[in-house]
Design a protein around this ligand. Structure first.
Ligand SMILES: *Cc1c(COP(=O)(O)O)cnc(C)c1O
Length: 876
């Protein structure tokens, strides 16, 4: 039945309790345990049944209970304390203000940072992501990418960055997982009720909804805008589920990563193009556009179009401005993880951009192709993002290197090490993932600044001063709480699928709160090898039962496993079924559980209460992996293949490495070797260390490892460090570039485009005529050699280029490996031949051996974001 009218009914709070509404609508409560306590205190059952959603709670709580707490002085005092903490938080002096005040000059010393009077442009960083994982009651994320984006916003708020998030508000969100009796994953899509979630509908002053419109073939699609307030950072989400959109268009924002390829293009147009329009509709004018993965890369097209239409720029000029201010973070180490669209679909949906830009079909399509000449290649969102960003990064050091090889052909003239893709290692938001009681412990012994303190801060020395006894009791409590939580969850899921009484009673005593507990929770993609630990069933059973032949006594081990497979990933679902069947083995049924419906809440319980965090991906396919960081922050040692973040962590002091970072050609052999390594480590090191207790049952050796995990990993793999790094390395320079480019009515952008054109026209007329070296083939270490190069620049000038010597050892292929570039000095025109430019540089070799020398020319311009960006390199 369609309603003839609709109403938005809001909770009626007694005036004294109004602060509750304010607290509920700012997600700051998610990482403020006092606030969570307050809502629990308001109604413990409702807090649980609402899935930790304070807005829904306030909407459904009885008026009688509200009247009751309005007269409870203790409750009111706590509420005031929470509100004061929120106010203090929102007003705190921020890291951003200190780092980027209008007075302090930027590194290049020219434009005043922060606020630029001549353009009236204030720093504003727009962060685009297809998913955001902020808190359990906002299920608009699927996994790691989303949680990372959520943590990015939280830390941006902690640091006071002028950042805004941009995404889509999914009506169904990501699926909820349950299992049938055979252990096969089933999916349920709970409908998100936006009016009972911590969301504000953005309105004009007259009360009407702010709406945007986006062009699709033959029609316009409208969207309204919801805001999630994350501390000081707003996250704006588009929602197309409104009239007068037709049914198909209403469903564009229906489901995260659902539908077919056409729906995916519709979503990505809404995210990228709709996102840019939304920011304008809100009166925002970002200086930086950050694409978190390639889904939002169409934003570049829309920005270019706007500048062509509104500022009268040419395509080349507008592209320079867009490029200068765009940042791209790639997250996938495998080509299969990248969105690819057929060319004809790109033309069908976005051909009008090609027309506006004055680009021919193939020219336009080449924006998304690695090799512009490959007319059969599909359109890659990652390539578009790469070509449209002046700062590109992977999410761990190893993933940075993998990305450089993956995209090397885009910069085929460059040595691999210089491919301009850097890395900023992921992190997690400390206050969101450390258990409450553990945070109390840190607050008491380290002081309240631990959650954002850098590794150099002396407070980390104080981790060792936490008494082992107190430290261990706290961890044992976390483990007990986890065991209770698991039993409850299992019973709930058994009841949901009508399990028998026997099954129900069997779950009452699964797991033992005293036993060494291994946690494994992640997406069930096959490369993550969730079942690797079961490769030798008999051996792992002996280990679990404490009967491993190398043990002298009974030291058991138990596993807690969770994770969702993508709905279309049958091999992933098969792995879940295998594990569920294994958990029914009567010998070990008390030693292993699979918890259905992994989400942020399950993750928080597990990383706090397990003892070891296991990760067994096929290297190097785990770009970063962040759940291990959450575990480390709670003091858990990691036990993991050297992949992603773990490869750069101190894996000796803070855990154990499976293997030595080898790459294998034969997956069977890899599984065999690594499974055995896992069993050996458990039998010989992990289990003995865990059960090595003093007379008070305290494992001091184990605790030392836990404390190292905290001291060494917490400050490093923290989004406070990560977001500060994005700010200093990407956002500040990109803002300065963007501001410079648009000053004087875009004069620098026009100049750069003109220069670009000139450069491409004359680049290949340049000739390296002769290189003279002041020595024959034999030199000694540290002996100075003078190199003189004679170059015909043709129509280019010494201002347009940078001449570099490139020196390093010769490898087995006769090539210079890991060469170092040094800039040569322009000496002047050759006196005999004025068309010849002379460059000189004295060099010396620091190492002996077979060393090589080469020479190359790169473009140079003051507004160029990097000399590699035009993709031109001339080698001698
Ligand atoms: C942290 C987190 C992830 C990401 O963990 P990985 O180690 O990258 O697999 C996925 N899902 C949830 C719910 C998380 O909290």
């Amino acid at each position: 039945m369609k309603p003839i009218r609709t109403f938005n009914v809001t909770p009626a709070l007694p005036p004294l309790l109004e602060p509750l509404r304010r607290i509920a609508y700012n997600l700051h409560w998610d990482w403020d345990y006092e606030a969570i306590d307050l809502f629990r205190r308001l109604d413990r059952d409702l807090w649980e049944t609402s899935k930790h959603n304070p807005v829904l709670m306030l909407g459904t709580i009885s008026q009688a209970r509200l009247r009751e707490v309005a007269e409870d002085d203790g409750f009111l005092a706590q509420m005031e304390r929470v509100e004061r903490q929120l106010d203090d938080y929102l007003r705190q002096p921020s890291w951003f203000r200190k780092r980027r005040s209008p007075k302090s000059p930027t590194p290049n010393g020219k434009t005043p940072a922060g606020i630029a009077p001549e353009t009236g442009l204030t720093d504003c960083y727009a962060y685009f992501s297809a998913e955001f994982g902020l808190t359990s009651c906002l299920p608009i994320y699927s996994g790691g990418l989303g949680v990372l984006a959520g943590d990015h916003l939280k830390s941006a708020s902690d640091l006071g960055l002028p950042l805004v998030g941009v995404g889509l508000l999914y009506q169904e969100g990501y699926f909820a997982q349950y299992l049938n009796a055979d252990g096969w994953q089933q999916e349920r899509y709970p409908i998100n009720d936006f009016y009972n979630m911590p969301l504000h509908l953005e309105r004009h002053p007259d009360g009407s909804e702010i709406r945007i419109e986006v062009d699709y073939p033959g029609r316009k699609v409208y969207a309204r805008i919801w805001r999630v307030q994350v501390g000081t950072v707003p996250l704006y989400l588009l929602d197309t589920n409104i009239e007068p959109n037709n049914q198909y268009d209403q469903d564009i924002t229906d489901e995260l990563y659902g539908g077919d390829i056409d729906l995916r293009i519709h979503q990505e147009i809404m995210l990228g193009i709709g996102g840019v329009r939304m920011l304008r509709a809100l009166g925002l004018n970002p200086t930086v556009y950050h694409m978190n993965e390639g889904h939002s890369a169409f934003l570049a097209l829309e920005r270019i179009r706007l500048m062509i239409e509104e500022a009268g720029l040419t395509y080349e000029e507008a592209a320079q401005v867009a490029l200068a201010s765009q940042v791209f973070t790639t997250h996938t180490p495998v080509p299969a993880g990248i969105d690819l669209f057929p060319s004809d679909k790109i033309i069908y949906y976005l051909g009008h951009y090609a027309e506006k830009f004055g680009l021919a079909r193939e020219q336009f399509l080449s924006l998304g192709r690695e090799n512009p000449g490959d007319l059969a290649a599909p359109f890659s969102m990652a390539i578009l993002a790469l070509k449209m960003a002046s700062f590109v990064n992977g999410v761990s050091k190893l993933h940075g290197a993998v990305s450089r090889s993956m995209f090397a052909t885009l910069w085929s003239a460059l040595p691999l090490a210089e491919v301009p893709i850097t890395s900023i290692t992921n992190g997690v938001h400390a206050r969101s993932c450390v258990a409450k009681s553990t945070q109390d412990l840190y607050d008491r012994y380290l002081g309240p600044a631990w959650n954002m303190a850098p590794a150099s801060d002396p407070l980390w020395e104080r981790v060792s001063s936490i008494p082992d006894e107190e430290f261990w009791r706290n961890h044992e409590r976390c483990r007990s709480e986890l065991v209770l939580f698991v039993r409850e969850r299992l019973q709930q899921s058994l009841r949901d699928r009508g399990g028998s009484l026997i099954e129900l009673s069997q779950t009452q005593d699964v797991l033992d709160p005293k036993v060494l507990t291994i946690g494994f929770a992640r997406r069930f993609a096959t490369y993550k090898r969730a079942t690797l630990f079961m490769r030798d069933v008999e051996r792992i059973k002996r280990i679990m039962l404490g009967l491993g032949d190398r043990f002298k006594s009974n030291h058991p081990v138990q596993f807690i496993i969770a994770g969702k497979a993508h709905p279309k990933d049958n091999p992933g679902k098969e792995l879940i079924r295998e594990i569920v069947h294994f958990t029914r083995d009567p010998d070990i049924r008390h030693h292993i559980v699979f918890i259905p419906n992994y989400d942020i809440h399950v993750s928080r319980m597990m990383v706090a209460g397990c003892d070891i965090w296991l990760n067994t991906p096929r290297r190097p396919r785990e770009a970063s992996g962040t759940s291990g960081m959450k575990a480390a922050m709670n003091g858990l040692p990691n036990l993991s293949v050297l992949d992603g973040w773990w490869d750069e962590a101190d894996y000796v002091r803070t855990g154990w490495a499976i293997g030595h970072g080898e790459d294998y050609d034969d997956p069977e052999e890899q599984d065999e070797v690594e499974a055995n390594d896992l069993y050996d480590l458990l039998e010989e090191e992990i289990v003995p260390l865990f059960y090595d207790r003093d007379e008070n049952d305290i494992p001091h050796g184990w605790i030392a490892k836990m404390k190292d995990a905290i001291r060494l990993n917490l400050p490093m793999f923290n989004t406070a460090r990560m977001v500060a790094e994005y700010a200093e390395r990407a956002y500040f320079p990109a803002s300065d570039r963007a501001r410079a480019m648009i000053s004087n009515d875009y004069a620098p952008a026009k100049d750069l485009a003109r220069w670009h054109h000139h450069l491409f026209e004359h680049w290949y007329d340049m000739k390296i005529d002769r290189v003279d070296v002041s020595s024959d083939g034999n030199v000694q270490v540290e002996q100075e050699i003078l190199v003189t190069a004679y170059i015909r620049l043709g129509k280019l000038t010494p201002d347009d280029i940078q001449v570099e010597l490139y020196q390093g050892a010769i490898d087995e292929h006769g090539e210079i490996a890991n060469g170092q570039p040094v800039v040569m000095e322009y000496v002047g025109a050759d006196s005999d031949n004025p068309a010849m430019s002379v460059y000189q540089r004295a060099i010396a070799y620091r190492n002996s051996g077979f060393q090589g020398l080469s020479l190359r020319i790169l473009p140079k311009h003051e507004n160029l974001s990097s000399p590699y960006q035009p993709g031109l390199v001339l080698w001698a």
